[in-house]
Each structure stands twice: as C-alpha cells, then as structure tokens.
Design a protein around this ligand. Structure first.
Ligand SMILES: [Zn+2]
Length: 114
C-alpha cells in the first residue's frame, strides 16, 4: 500500500497548512501526479478517503490532475510525450539515451479551506 503512506503524507501537510492559516476545515485538495510516479490516482483517492474521517479534511475532495510523461532525446533532440508509464526509447530515432522532462511529479497544487 504505497498510496496509503502518500495519502497520510498529503493529509498531514494540508492539515498543518490549514491549521496554521487559522482555518478549521478543508473542502478540497488539488494534486498533480505524473504518470511515471508509480502512483495510481484511484488508489490514492481511496486511501485518502479511508483515513480522512478523523481529521479536519473529513469532507475534503481530492482532485488529481495526471501529468503525461515527456522526454527529450539526447541523440536527435526530439521531444516527445508518451501515454505509458515508462519511456523505453525515443519514438523518432529509437535511441535509448533521453531525459525525462516530466511525469514524476507529486505536487500539492492548492486547496480550499473554510
Ligand atoms: Zn531520438
């Protein structure tokens, strides 16, 4: 249950921020998760919903924006987007030397509190 520990982390962070800003209730949390992060959004929402009931986030909705995996080829400088979780080689030249530009994110973008 990789997602459970991530959900606990997210819950801790947003609860602390909410309390520190003087609010008592979290309405929603917006996350951005890369497809190459290894995190399954559905599992994360499920885990978050399971642990939020005793917290100030008990009514919070977790919104997740998925970020595609993008890479830049070191051989031909082609930049590309894949829908898979992993890049195996450059789609243009089939080279295996490339940089991952995005897709590994796990960011808390913002949240609504009241
Ligand atoms: Zn290439």
């Amino acid at each position: 249950m990789h997602e459970l520990s991530i959900a606990q982390n997210v819950l801790e962070i947003v609860s602390e921020q909410c309390t520190r800003s003087g609010h008592t209730k979290i309405d929603s949390v917006n996350l951005r998760i890369g497809r190459a992060s290894g995190i399954m959004p559905d599992a994360l929402i499920f885990a978050f919903d399971a642990i939020k009931s005793d917290s100030i986030a008990r009514d919070a909705v977790l919104n997740i924006e998925e970020i595609p995996v993008t890479g830049l080829c070191n051989d031909c400088s082609h930049s590309f987007i894949v829908q898979e979780e992993y890049i195996l080689n450059c789609p243009a030249c089939k080279g295996s030397s490339f940089q991952i530009r995005s897709g590994r994110e796990l960011d808390i973008i913002d949240m609504e509190v009241s």
